[in-house]
Design a protein around this ligand. Structure first.
Ligand SMILES: Cc1ncc(COP(=O)(O)O)c(C=O)c1O
Length: 491
């Protein structure tokens, strides 16, 4: 099979391979049932690494165009098995009216939400829409991989560099280069989940009383760290296209914040991914005001299609710190995340990490290393993306069939949740309580706004098994209808 590659092009090689095969499949050049060349054969023919071919095949699998049959290879799916939304995701109706939020004190209820989440785990019969990660899958793989990783157990008797195991950093660097970053393994610190990266950054850059810009809504864990540090917060509204840049420009001018915290791809909680133009504009505003950007793209690897390069890829002044994690793609319990440290603060941040906890668990590092180097990580991403896309579409169908028409939502191109906007008069506290009474747990939107000051909203995890999801959405629809009726009859 001929796949012309342009090795000088900006588009990564795996995407070039994916695009070519996609074209062949859609044009009938590769008919239903035909077998793709084995990963090894194609890698040899086009002279690329096997992982590059695996990545391309996994994306085709996630798009429903091919199917992997264990031990036999990859086969082209008939058109009826291909995801109907592969090229045209359902339309988002999200469009909130919202003001800038500048809370005077106490900004976040994250610890409360976290503990409530812990209490709800494994409760029999509960339908858990509130969590921010995917369902446990691939446990058989984990056992095999953990066994292989334990071959390195003798190294657990020593410390490693505070930036993390060098082989692991090489593998993470390869992932980030494919996303468009220019980076070397020296430019990374592996952290105890991305939460630790965020904490170290705030401790390092922010003094009590400093201003920090966040998106509103935003990741509530980050709001809590800011609160603990005594930072002052400016919550700039999220529009369907990302943070409102006109308002950002005004507040950069008037408040001189120390940094802007943003999730450019699959933002938590809205799931919005910004365009290249938005990313460039945000960067140029930050540069004009000498303000750092912390780009936290925890959900980026769970994107269904291609994503624009992160803001970090356009950063020529070491002004952006990119933060990532394996919590959403592998397991949150492994606690492996990372941040880029390309600027002059690298040594100081590395020392801070050393004094904080030496380095992260070498056992966790060994497991993630094994996932990455064996190709299981890519395979797993392909599986999760395919399952999540089907379930996202299923949840949207359920919402269209069951939810009152006054309710709108985002349609994220990946990740694990939808962000649902409710009519203004609704009391979210009452909705959450009524749903919990019927054993349905939802993420109340309030937690994601500085000081809970946003429009009524909720975050719903769409990775649940379909039957459970259907039961939960039906219960939730009744709760919402009765909340709306109650609001309408209120004097
Ligand atoms: C946007 C974002 N950043 C960071 C984190 C922290 O994740 P972890 O510390 O498990 O990597 C989360 C967890 O939900 C998140 O959603």
């Amino acid at each position: 099979m001929k796949i012309p590659l342009d090795r000088q092009a900006k588009q990564p090689i795996y995407l070039q391979i994916r695009d070519r095969l996609q074209h062949l499949i859609h044009s009938g050049g590769l008919p239903s049932g035909a077998q793709l060349p084995s990963i090894r054969r194609l890698a040899e023919t086009v002279k690329v690494n096997k992982l590059t071919v695996l990545e391309a095949y996994s994306m085709l699998e996630a798009e429903g165009l091919v199917q992997a049959k264990r031990g036999a290879g990859y086969f082209i799916n008939p058109p009826e098995l291909r995801s109907p939304t592969a090229n045209s995701p359902p339309h988002s109706t999200f469009n909130p009216v919202q003001e800038v939020i500048i809370p005077s004190e106490g900004v976040s209820s994250f610890p409360e939400v976290y503990h409530a989440g812990l209490r709800s785990y494994n409760q029999p019969d509960y339908i858990e829409f509130s969590q921010g990660f995917s369902q446990p899958i691939g446990l058989e793989d984990l056992q095999r991989i953990a066994r292989r990783a334990m071959k390195e157990a003798h190294t657990f008797f020593q410390h490693v560099h505070p930036q993390g195991d060098i082989e692991l950093r090489v593998l993470i660097t390869q992932l980030l280069i494919q996303q468009g970053l220019e980076l070397s393994p020296e430019d990374l610190i592996v952290t105890n989940g991305s939460m630790q990266a965020l904490s170290l950054l705030i401790d390092h850059f922010i003094s009590p009383g400093d201003w920090v810009v966040v998106e509103a809504p935003t990741y509530h864990g980050f709001l809590s760290i800011l609160q603990q540090r005594g930072a002052r917060i400016i919550g700039i509204p999220m529009t369907p296209k990302g943070m409102n840049l006109t308002l950002l420009a005004q507040y950069l001018e008037s408040h001189h914040p120390k940094f802007i915290y943003t999730s450019s791809t699959l933002h938590n909680p809205t799931g919005i991914t910004t365009s290249v133009a938005h990313r460039r504009k945000l960067l140029s505003l930050a540069q004009a005001h000498d303000c750092l950007i912390v780009e936290d793209n925890a959900y980026e690897p769970l994107s269904f299609g291609t994503t624009p390069p992160p803001i970090k890829a356009f950063d020529d002044r070491d002004q952006v710190i990119y933060v990532g994690t394996f919590s959403k793609t592998l397991m949150p319990g492994l606690r492996v995340g990372y941040m880029t440290v390309t600027g002059k603060e690298k040594d100081a941040l590395t020392e801070r990490k050393l004094l904080h906890d030496f380095h992260i668990s070498t056992a966790s590092q060994a497991i993630v290393k094994e996932y990455l180097s064996s190709g299981h990580y890519r395979r797993r991403l392909g599986q999760i993306r395919a399952v999540h896309r089907d379930r996202r579409d299923y949840m949207i169908r359920l919402l269209l069939q069951n939810f009152p028409a006054s309710i709108t939502w985002t349609v994220p191109d990946g990740g694990t949740f939808l962000w649902i906007q409710l009519p203004n008069e609704i009391s979210m506290r009452e909705v959450c309580a009524a749903a919990a009474k019927q054993k349905v747990l939802i993420g109340s939107g309030a937690a994601f706004f500085p000081k809970n000051q946003g429009y009524p909203a909720m975050r719903l995890n769409f990775s649940l098994p379909p039957a459970e999801m259907e039961r939960g959405i039906k219960i939730l629809s009744k709760v919402l209808r009765s909340a709306i009726e109650k609001a309408e009859t209120r004097p």
